[in-house]
Design a protein around this ligand. Structure first.
Ligand code: ARG
Length: 458
């Protein structure tokens, strides 16, 4: 028998039942559903809406159900449609008539909004922890590679030398913003919706604040219509998740690129790479590729939910049941990716010599030569022109700036002296960029310290 069978004269069509049911995926919220019901029942008793003994029975029943579900002794059914009605059905089967009082002054519409918020808040805490772990790894690696010189790129063309530490700290900053976005989204998830009923609140004298406090929410939702039809928090989470994945994907892409023989900047640990079924020599950075690939799923989850929500009239619509699979997939994917990214990165072997060799090619010190000329009194635009011609001269002869003889330099610009060779040393190029936020070792050390402090405060 359905919990809503009164108005119906026929049994539900089997296809309808299957199509309509969400139990296959919303069953993951059973703990939150039970927690919410316990708080609701406690409040109903406190307000004199149900009796104290009835509350005791309900809570005892719910706790037993939770235990039995954990032990796999209870099975959800499609007939009971979703997690909310499954648990209510179990309760009525277990404690009889009294179980039928639990749903007083409540609708599945405010119930599902509550469960989803409770669920997401927990997941957000966990995800935040995983991001912080990855950031810690970035800081450790950065600490080890302050003096590892590598080429920095723009347009994937060698640009200027930086250090690996500085490069890794760029990702630390991206993840810092992700954490901040997550914390911000948490604030808007932290609203307790029970009491909104189906859409129009309830005539019962509820103590919403009591429930809010019992469930650990910071605020109460302020409008019953909005509360049952708001999924902004899920959308914000998926937006956050999409941006986070984009960041992970960019680092993953660099690791894939750097793993090529052509770059040769990094080698993944054997435990975090895979082989080929046909080519015996292969070692592929599959993990990084897969993280890059899974980014698409999470974008898909965001777009799916945005599209579900657009054009929905107030208040609750069944379309909104589609929020869960997208949200759950986003949560699961982000967690899995963060979980493997950390050890993969931690164990990666960075090939310092190749990086430094890479930094020495491609005229990465050309800007420094221009700066050198500026220091000798030439306006920057003229210096740029002179160095451009010098680079061309070198390209034609297949040599680097360091390999030019002083007389050759003199032939191009009389301001150039013997001290130019010291100025062109890529290591010194990096060391000279002492500007705040720059790659010079002392700045990088300061950035690592600041990063550590920030992590400690989280
Ligand atoms: N399973 C539903 C969902 O996930 C719960 C709310 C159903 N409410 C309703 N009036 N049909 O959205």
């Amino acid at each position: 028998m359905k919990l809503w069978s009164g108005r119906f004269t026929k049994n539900t069509d089997k296809l309808t039942e299957d199509f309509n049911a969400s139990i296959a995926f919303d069953c993951r919220m059973y703990k939150q559903d039970i927690k919410g019901s316990i708080a609701h029942a406690s409040m109903l008793a406190k307000q004199g809406i149900i009796k104290e003994e009835e509350k005791e029975l309900i809570i005892k029943g719910l706790k037993e159900i939770e235990k039995e579900l954990e032990e796999g002794k209870l099975e959800f059914t499609v007939e009971a449609e979703d997690v909310h009605m499954n648990i209510e059905t179990f309760l009525i089967q277990k404690i009889g008539e009294v179980g039928k009082k639990l749903h007083t002054a409540r609708s599945r519409n405010d119930q599902v909004a509550l469960d989803l918020r409770l669920y997401l808040k927990e997941e957000m805490e966990e995800i935040k922890g995983l991001i912080l772990d990855l950031q810690e790894t970035l800081l450790i690696l950065a600490g080890e590679h302050i003096d590892t010189i590598m080429p920095g790129y723009t347009h994937l063309q060698k640009a200027q030398p930086v250090s690996l530490a500085h490069h890794l700290l760029a990702y630390f900053e991206m993840l810092r913003r992700d954490v901040e976005r997550l914390e911000d989204c948490y604030k808007r998830t932290d609203y307790m919706p029970l009491g909104s009923g189906a859409l129009a609140g309830t005539s019962f004298d509820l103590d919403r604040d009591f429930v809010r406090e019992k469930l650990g929410f910071a605020w109460l939702t302020r409008n019953s219509l909005d509360a049952v039809s708001d999924r902004d928090f899920a959308l914000e989470f998926l937006s956050f998740a999409s941006i986070l994945m984009m960041h992970l994907s960019r680092l993953a892409e660099e690791l894939v690129l750097w793993s090529t023989e052509e770059f040769g900047f990094v080698e993944m640990d054997d435990a975090f790479a895979t082989g080929s079924s046909i080519m015996p020599q292969k070692k592929n950075p599959d993990l990084a590729e897969l993280i890059r690939g899974k980014t698409g799923r999470v974008y898909g989850d965001l777009i799916a939910l945005l599209t579900v929500m657009k054009g929905l009239p107030l208040a609750y619509n069944k379309d909104m049941q589609e929020d869960k699979e997208a949200l759950f997939d986003g949560v699961d994917t982000v967690k899995k990716c963060l979980l493997v990214f950390n050890p993969m990165l931690k164990t990666a072997k960075f090939k310092k010599e190749n990086m430094e060799k890479g930094a020495k090619g491609g005229f990465t010190n050309a800007t420094d030569l221009a700066d050198y000329l500026v220091n000798k009194g030439l306006p920057f635009r003229d210096a740029h022109e002179v160095v451009g011609r010098t680079v061309l001269y070198c390209i034609e002869r297949g040599i680097s700036l360091e390999e030019m003889e002083l007389p050759e330099y003199k032939g191009i610009c009389s301001l150039i002296e013997e001290d130019v060779y010291d100025y062109l040393d890529v290591r010194k190029c990096v060391a000279r960029r002492k500007v705040k936020g720059g790659p010079a070792p002392e700045q990088v050390k300061a950035a690592i310290e600041e990063g550590k402090m920030w992590l400690e405060g989280k």
